[in-house]
Design a protein around this ligand. Structure first.
Ligand SMILES: Nc1ncnc2c1ncn2[C@@H]1O[C@H](COP(=O)(O)OP(=O)(O)OP(=O)(O)O)[C@@H](O)[C@H]1O
Ligand SMILES: CC(=O)C(=O)O
Ligand SMILES: [K+]
Ligand SMILES: [Mg+2]
Length: 574
């Protein structure tokens, strides 16, 4: 029975990283095979033969299977990259840690996006600090097209600009060098025209009033530093005390006597008027997540969530709270409770608290999120050197490994994928490090057992939670191959993910948006399945559909849960 089945699923070694010069086309073994992947299967395996593969159109774009066969209701969808991984490596070796890529000039083309999806991008992030409306729209639609045409299930995350203090855009220059001792002027005078060298526009009107002579000005958390030497009306003259590279729209923090000055800018709204316009745009474009920058309190998250509900009935956009300010740390637990997920935004966080405190804050946020059952993303500078170089530093690999060991739900690339020279390579480093560390910790049974506290508020939720806790324990003790969870809104899948079981979790939902949102959660392999109320028939259909696609085999041992029935079953795949 299961033993023989499992031996067929021996994990193969991690795939080699994609050579950097192979930007496109993607090496053959990473390419989803269009004739088998990215399509929907008919309701029973016998139907499979009656629908021919879609023919490529002259421009090489495959007609989506569902579009070619509208009469046959869609039966099951899974992300093409995951399917390839399942098929090649078997159940147990699928990657549990999810990967988020910031999209920028280096990756906004259809081919580049597809290459990232093939390597394992689960979520594409667009940062509203950069690029214009048309560019953002283009990226969001390109991701949707990729999903529709090539069978991926990449979710889209929109990240708000927020009310941080930042500089203007350097008059179109890609960067500027601040040299030791140079005097630069930071001015709140509005500037539509480009300013002379060393005169920098600052977006916050209260800037000149808030700073004092002798204050320190940190650019991007310390990439360059200045000391305020003179205030002249709207202009603040500063001397460079620590030379470095200044990037357009870089973030600015004011320091006085060893800590960040928060004067009136602490009163700025977390969501600016520009952010609200961006949020309306995100809702209209149907993004899956909105990440809110510089969250200070739970109220803003609650406010945004009710705004989204009022504006978009039926759609469920997840609101992600970015932890990147001192205020967020003060109200951490409340903020996490109010949100649908959290990002440890180490870039700005490291500019607001001493750098040596960032690792412990990361660990605390990751743990609290798991306790409160919210997905958590660890972001910024994971592989910073890969913006320029094709291999990471050993220290970067150790940092990524630590985030995986902490069992964060997801890791995020920023500049590495937005404007770096090796986006796919950086992503495959995250992928192979995740796979390796996850396997190591499973094999050595080294993960710290985390005593999970109760999270459910209603009795019904409590039943689901108990079922999931027991199922995860049983899965580990019995050595099952996978847990199957049939879930309407994804909640039961997330409760299972929270337990971080040894085996992967196949989550079946009938909702496309729930499926995309589950993409951010540890260990979940989301499937879209048009299921019925009858568990027996759901299971039989799932088994035959997955067997037909080579994703499970007879004899595999499975635990199946349903949120509707609140049931738990253990069985071998027939
Ligand atoms: N849409 C874009 N267009 C141009 N450059 C971009 C774009 N998105 C990101 N980048 C570049 O990649 C870098 C890293 O991206 P990232 O999203 O982390 O931005 P950031 O400016 O550090 O702000 P944040 O704190 O919001 O993450 C940016 O500083 C910018 O140079
Ligand atoms: C991601 C982000 O916003 C930061 O690290 O600051
Ligand atoms: K942002
Ligand atoms: Mg930030």
């Amino acid at each position: 029975m299961a033993t023989t089945a499992r031996s067929l699923h021996l994990p193969t070694p991690p795939k080699p990283a994609i050579p950097s010069h192979h930007r496109l086309p993607v090496p053959f073994h990473f390419r989803p095979r269009p004739q088998r992947l990215g399509r929907r299967l008919a309701a029973s395996s016998s139907d499979l033969t009656s629908f021919p593969d879609p023919a490529p159109t002259p421009n090489g774009v495959y007609v989506p299977w569902a579009a070619a066969h509208p009469a046959a209701a869609a039966a099951i969808d899974v992300d093409a990259a995951t399917e390839a991984e399942l098929r090649e490596n078997g159940f147990r070796s699928t990657r549990r840690t999810k990967l988020v890529c910031t999209i920028g000039p280096a990756t906004c083309g259809a081919a580049e996006l597809e290459a990232l999806a093939v390597v394992g991008m689960n979520v594409a992030r667009v940062n509203m600090c950069h690029g214009d409306r048309e560019w953002h729209r283009g990226v969001i639609r390109a991701v949707r097209r990729l999903n529709d045409e090539k069978g991926f299930a990449v979710a889209v995350m929109m990240d708000t600009e927020g009310c941080e203090i930042h500089m203007g855009d350097l008059g179109g220059a890609p960067s500027a060098k601040a040299e030791d001792g140079q005097v630069w002027t930071f001015s709140v005078r509005s500037s539509d025209t480009s300013l002379p060298d060393r005169i920098i526009h600052v977006n916050y009107d209260g800037f000149a009033e808030d700073v004092k002579t002798g204050d320190e000005l940190f650019v991007d958390g310390g990439m360059a530093r200045f000391e305020v030497i003179e205030k002249l009306g709207p202009d603040v003259k500063c001397r460079c005390t620590d030379p470095g590279l200044v990037l357009p729209r870089a973030n600015l923090t004011i320091w006085r006597d060893g800590s960040v000055v928060r004067e009136r800018n602490a009163m700025l709204p977390t969501i600016s008027s520009k952010d609200w316009i961006d949020i309306d745009f995100g809702i209209a474009e149907g993004v899956d997540f909105i990440a809110v920058s510089f969250v200070k309190s739970a109220e803003v998250i609650k406010h945004l969530k009710s705004y989204i509900t009022a504006r978009s009935r039926g759609s469920d956009i997840g609101v992600i709270a970015k932890i990147e300010s001192i205020d967020a740390l003060k109200n951490l637990e409340e903020i996490i409770r109010a949100s649908d997920g959290v990002m440890v935004a180490r870039g700005d966080l490291g500019a607001q608290i001493p750098l040596e405190q960032v690792p412990s804050v990361q660990q605390k946020v990751v743990r609290t999120c798991r306790q409160l059952n919210k997905p958590v993303i660890v972001a910024s500078q994971l592989l910073e050197s890969m913006i320029e170089y094709p291999t990471p530093t050993r220290a970067e690999v150790a940092d990524v490994s630590e985030a995986v060991r902490q069992r964060a739900d997801a890791l995020m690339l920023s500049g590495e994928s937005a404007m770096g020279r090796y986006p796919e390579k950086a992503l495959s480093v995250l992928r192979s490090v995740s796979l390796r560390i996850e396997k190591w910790w499973r094999e050595e049974k080294r993960h710290e057992a985390l005593e999970l506290e109760d999270v459910s508020s209603s009795f019904s939720d409590k039943i689901s939670e108990e079922i999931c806790n027991s199922a995860a324990k049983m899965a580990n003790n019995l050595g099952v191959d996978a847990v199957f969870v049939y879930t309407k809104d994804g909640h039961m899948a997330s409760l299972l993910s929270r337990c971080r079981p040894d085996c992967p979790i196949f989550a079946f939902t009938s909702s496309t948006s729930v499926r995309r949102r589950l993409n951010l959660q540890w260990g979940l392999i989301p499937f879209r399945l048009s299921d019925s109320d009858d568990m027996e028939s759901n299971l039989n259909r799932t088994f035959s559909l997955l067997k037909a696609r080579g994703m499970v085999q007879s004899g595999d041992l499975v635990i199946a849960l349903s949120d509707m029935l609140q049931s738990i079953q253990v069985m071998n795949v027939p």
